[in-house]
Design a protein around this ligand. Structure first.
Ligand SMILES: Cc1ncc(COP(=O)(O)O)c(C=O)c1O
Length: 476
């Protein structure tokens, strides 16, 4: 029996958790439910229409069930207003838009828009304001930060290796590999790869990570790990692993692509050395939007010895230069203190308008509150999924850790072999958007800002139908 649509009561007379009525009651009582109304949710007609423009005769349509914010977040309604404000500011002020403060504009002068974005971003990753910059894109920023934090000794002498996951996101793997080659070292020797002990359970326990650090400590120059693993949804124990790396004198950076805007990381308190993340997933800033970096305040210090600035080594560009002297064109680089001293180019104000729009929404609540809501949503998802496997044993398993503290919003569901394509086809046909990782995994992420419990319920209902349908040819 699939989760019920019609019968809402359980045997004790209360609402049955496996009913739409129960899911709806959770939405009604949840204090953050109304954040959903800050977002555009594509309708079923939007998704099916072959054109961008809606024909006038089109019937009104229901919103789709979108559980794919781990891949691309939805568009905040205010994004269009802020992008329009940017266009107006550019159209009516041209170059003076860099400097003119317009009291009725939702955006600061172009010259300050990156600082404004960083200020809004800092609380989302638990950083002191100066530790964050909004710049570039994720892979480019990882390279850029590694150019600063991966400074290997010669092979066999001191620290020259990097510890990362064997199944890191390919871009992270390539970035590490090419950094190693860039230093004339051999990736086969210099990459220490963390592999799960049982390939069927792709989780990396903290104990294993700490032991691997111990084993290679004297040779490790850097550790690069994900805050949340893109495939399994595992939330790494950033605080414990960072402290352990530091106890061996190893620098550690975190890729927070799947963690920023999802879980309440505390980068400053956890003493992380550096981190990088994109803004198009849980941070809802649009495809390829400008990204974020965190640089621990100790690596952002600038001390003057006479007229010579002393600072942590980095690749430099004029946007990292002291703001008061940036336009003096002296060719004498004095970095701004903090992460902003790591900026290179003047940023796209168009892009940042979208980032600011999204961050404004986040700043109307806190990550601590969002995380609490996220725990409720994902636990509900897990409960309904467990109900399906009780009715259809072996049809899938959940590879994401079962401990809520060890995961974010996402659950990764590994289907029995051969079901994926048909299941996805059915989900798509019913207007349910999730994400797939071949050969057998679907990733489902109720985004804490805009998903309803009813979305979770509806997904599970359609998933069960899809599984039954997809299994038919296998069982008959
Ligand atoms: C964990 C992780 N690292 C790196 C990337 C690459 O990001 P970008 O294309 O923005 O450089 C992604 C993209 O999804 C990702 O999920």
């Amino acid at each position: 029996m699939a989760p019920q649509d019609t019968t809402n009561t359980s045997t004790d007379g209360g609402l049955d958790p496996f009913s739409r009525g129960y899911a709806g009651s959770l939405d009604e009582t949840d204090p953050l439910s109304s954040f959903r109304f800050n977002f555009h949710i594509p309708t079923l007609a939007d998704l099916k229409r072959p054109t961008l423009t809606k024909p006038p005769e089109e019937e009104p349509s229901k919103p789709c069930t979108y559980l794919c914010g781990n891949s691309l977040g939805l568009q905040p309604i205010r994004t269009a207003d802020l992008i329009n404000a940017f266009l107006t500011q550019w159209r009516t002020r041209a170059v003076t838009g860099h400097f003119t403060d317009l009291p009725d504009s939702p955006l600061p002068p172009f010259l300050d828009i990156d600082d404004h974005a960083a200020k809004l971003m800092a609380p989302i990753v638990g950083a002191v304001e100066a530790e964050v910059a909004v710049m570039g894109s994720l892979t480019a920023n990882l390279h850029f930060l590694m150019s600063s934090f991966y400074r290997p000794s010669k092979k066999g002498e001191g620290r020259w290796k990097i510890l990362l996951e064997g199944k890191a996101f390919p871009s992270d793997h390539y970035a590490v590999e090419s950094q190693i080659i860039h230093h004339d070292l051999d990736p086969a020797e210099a990459m220490v790869l963390l592999e799960p002990t049982d390939s069927h359970i792709p989780i990396l326990p903290t104990k294993q990570i700490l032991e691997t650090i111990d084993k290679h400590a004297s040779e490790l120059a850097l550790i690069l790990l994900p805050g949340i693993q893109f495939y399994t949804g595992q939330y790494f124990d950033i605080q414990t692993i960072t402290a352990h790396a530091h106890s061996h004198g190893i620098l550690i950076g975190w890729d927070l692509a799947h963690a920023a805007g999802n879980v309440d990381v505390k980068l400053h308190d956890w003493d992380v050395d550096f981190a990088a993340w994109c803004t198009y997933k849980y941070l809802n800033s649009g495809p390829g939007a400008m990204a974020g970096i965190f640089v621990n305040e100790k690596f952002g210090k600038v001390e003057m010895e006479g007229s010579t600035p002393k600072f942590w080594p980095r690749l430099t560009g004029w946007w990292g230069d002291d703001k008061s002297t940036r336009f003096k064109m002296t060719n004498k680089f004095v970095p701004r203190p903090g992460a902003r001293g790591y900026q290179l180019s003047n940023p796209s104000a168009l892009d940042l308008a979208a980032v600011v729009a999204s961050l404004q929404v986040f700043n109307e609540t806190t990550m601590a509150e969002l995380r609490q809501r996220s725990l409720r949503l994902t636990t509900y998802l897990e409960q309904l999924l467990d109900g399906i496997t009780l009715r259809h044993p072996g049809i899938f398993d959940i590879i994401t850790p079962r401990d809520p503290e060890e995961r974010g919003a996402q659950l990764s569901i590994r289907l029995a072999p051969g079901l994926l394509d048909n299941v996805l086809e059915h989900l798509e046909h019913q207007g349910v958007i999730v994400d797939e990782r071949k050969p057998d995994v679907i990733r489902v992420a109720p985004a804490p800002l805009y998903n309803f419990f009813v979305d979770v319920f509806h997904f599970c209902q359609v998933l069960e139908e899809a599984l039954i349908k997809a299994s038919e040819p296998l069982t008959t």
